[in-house]
Design a protein around this ligand. Structure first.
Ligand SMILES: [Zn+2]
Length: 366
């Protein structure tokens, strides 16, 4: 069985403008024109390392297509979609919060990112691939049904999960979000749905502000189907491993998914400008390995990953390569920074990190 992989050059053409580094440039406010932190470089450089390392030769690269209007409207409001299309047809605009620019002609790229997520999740759900990774841009996990935010426009994960749940044998889906920021959009979209478990490991209270506490547990019939693990700033390989062992793995066993989808943001890496976590590429490799072992037991190894954030253009590619190597059970180019990053003080589980994870476990009755 193969590892599915999807990337399209158009993802790098999503125009995030001349922000400095998040707000649109505005000389009156002292905001000098520069480059938005969500530049194309991180994702493009992951893809190029995947190709140059030779790993791409061992992946099943899927063709890219646009998500259909039906697939998108199963998650998002028509009025929101109309607003995005209007901005794209005009001179551009913003998806909702002033830091999520959409360039002229960008609408089709949003559809292509959502379509990429659908393609990889479908391939895994239908047994055409053992597992897979959709390296899409822009990201999606902050997007709500009626607005975008945090450089997320269409909720790629939610669109893909909603699409495959109509397929036979995929009744229960677990979404693990290891982006450094809270997966608020995905959580909100499935808040009342007991057959979709959302688990978010994120840096405590970064983005969206005040979002992702241990008290957010889903609503109505979905009460208990959302789990949040807010990790203290500075959490590294040891703290993340403990969160997997103490919360994620037991929660997955209790839930019993038919498919695991990962919202794979890589901004918890130690060099990222938009978060303050310490993960090394080895940390991401370990998270992937643990998840694969769990998925093997629970759902025939079915894991589909959808790319989210990650803004350290120099380091993120090594984290992405490590994850893809694990998924494909191959090694290629070693991370030349691994020793340096794993040597940072605080990589081991710290007492306050253990306490934070234990509180999250208790809140989730684990
Ligand atoms: Zn993020």
């Amino acid at each position: 069985m193969t590892t599915a992989y999807l990337y399209h050059e158009a993802f790098a053409w999503h125009d995030s403008g001349t922000a400095a580094p998040l707000l649109p440039s505005d000389p009156r406010a002292g905001l000098q024109p520069f480059q938005h932190l969500d530049s194309p470089d991180t994702k493009r450089r992951i893809h190029e390392l995947v190709v140059v390392s030779g790993l791409a030769d061992h992946l099943d690269r899927l063709p890219s297509d646009l998500a259909s209007e039906r697939q998108v409207l199963a998650v998002h409001d028509e009025a929101y979609l109309h607003r995005l299309r209007q901005a794209s047809d005009g001179s551009g605009g913003d998806a909702g919060d002033g830091i999520s620019p959409l360039g002229r002609g960008g609408f089709e790229i949003l559809l292509r990112a959502a379509g990429g997520a659908v393609a990889v999740v479908s391939a895994v759900a239908e047994g055409r691939a053992r597992n897979g990774y959709a390296l899409v841009r822009p990201s999606g996990h902050h997007a709500l049904a009626n607005t975008g935010m945090g450089m997320a426009y269409l909720n790629n994960v939610a669109i893909a999960v909603t699409e495959v749940r109509a397929r036979p044998g995929i009744g229960r889906v677990a979404v693990l979000d290891w982006d450094a920021h809270h997966g608020n959009g995905t959580q909100a979209i499935f808040a009342e749905d007991p057959s979709v478990l959302t688990i978010s490991l994120h840096q405590d209270n970064v983005f969206p502000p005040g979002s992702g506490s241990i008290d957010e547990r889903g609503q109505g019939a979905g009460l208990g189907s959302a789990i949040n693990v807010p990790l203290p700033a500075g959490t590294g390989d040891g703290g993340y491993a403990y969160a997997m062992e103490r919360v994620v793995v037991p929660a997955l066993h209790r839930f019993g998914p038919d498919l695991i989808v990962v919202a794979s943001g890589l901004d918890a890496n130690a060099m990222d400008p938009l978060a303050r976590q310490l993960l090394s590429s080895g940390g991401f490799r370990s998270l992937t390995k643990t998840l694969m072992q769990t998925a093997e037991t629970l759902c025939s190894g079915r894991i589909a990953m959808i790319h989210e954030g990650g803004y350290a253009a120099g380091y993120v590619p090594f984290c992405g390569l490590a994850i893809l190597e694990e998924l494909a059970s191959r090694t290629t180019v070693p991370d030349p920074y691994l020793g340096l990053v794993q040597g940072f003080g605080g990589q081991d589980l710290q007492p306050h990190q253990r306490a934070a994870v234990d509180r999250a476990a208790a809140a989730a009755d684990l």
